[in-house]
Structures are given as C-alpha cells and as structure tokens.
Design a protein around this ligand. Structure first.
Ligand SMILES: [Zn+2]
Length: 126
C-alpha cells in the first residue's frame, strides 16, 4: 500500500462515527503499546507498508516540525521508520484504520499501534 491507498482508507472512515466499543481501547493519536489483553480479532489486516523487495528498510524517522516518535502530531510517512515496517489494519466494527508494527529491543518485543489519521500522511522520501 502507498500513501494514496492510506488516504483512501482514512477518508472512508467517518471520524464522527459514534464511539466504537470494539476498538475504543486502541484509539490513540500517537504510537502506543497494544493494551494487554486486547482482543486482536477485532481488527482485520488490510495491507502492508513494507516493501517486499527491501530487506533492510531505513531506520531514519521523519520529523520536519520537531516532533518525535511518540508525538501525536508526528507525520505518518510510509517511506520512513517505523511506517516502513507497518501493517495496516481496520476495525471490523467501525472501519477505523490503524497501523501496527513490532518494536524489537534487546530483551523485549513490543506490539505498537497508532490510529491512521489521513491529515498526517506525508509523501516525503529519505
Ligand atoms: Zn471500531
């Protein structure tokens, strides 16, 4: 998927929709760890931002306006980390789109999730 696909997915979701019991626990403007005990079956995978031809996508992040990785206002730039490792998911109940990736640390791995906000999408390239 590319930014065009993401924009379409984001605009297909009606933001003013009534709050959704199914995915309420996941709604977060910036990256968060998946809440413990969350029923992942609520989400369906709709695509990936990973380029299968690129085995080692860049670890560079895109923060032209002084945001950082956890910022709620950080751009969603699929050509940069961590978006270049994300899969794209959608709530089965309300179609709210989410991005997910797994952060691998030395001694842990952490499933992270961020709501896909079409306003924050960026076509920037490294
Ligand atoms: Zn939902």
């Amino acid at each position: 998927m590319n930014t065009t696909d993401l924009r379409a997915l984001a605009s297909a979701f009606e933001r003013k929709a009534a709050r959704c019991e199914a995915c309420m626990a996941l709604v977060c403007p910036g990256w968060e760890s998946m809440p413990a005990g969350f029923d992942a079956a609520v989400l369906e995978r709709v695509g990936t931002l990973r380029d299968p031809a690129d085995e080692d996508p860049t670890l560079a992040e895109h923060h032209p306006n002084g945001t950082h990785g956890w910022s709620a206002e950080a751009p969603i730039a699929p050509a940069f980390f961590p978006y270049n490792r994300c899969d794209v998911w959608r709530c089965r109940a309300c179609a709210r789109p989410f991005l997910r990736y797994t952060e691998y640390g030395g001694y842990y791995q952490d499933e992270r999730v961020r709501e896909l906000d079409g306003e924050l999408l960026s076509d920037a390239t490294p």
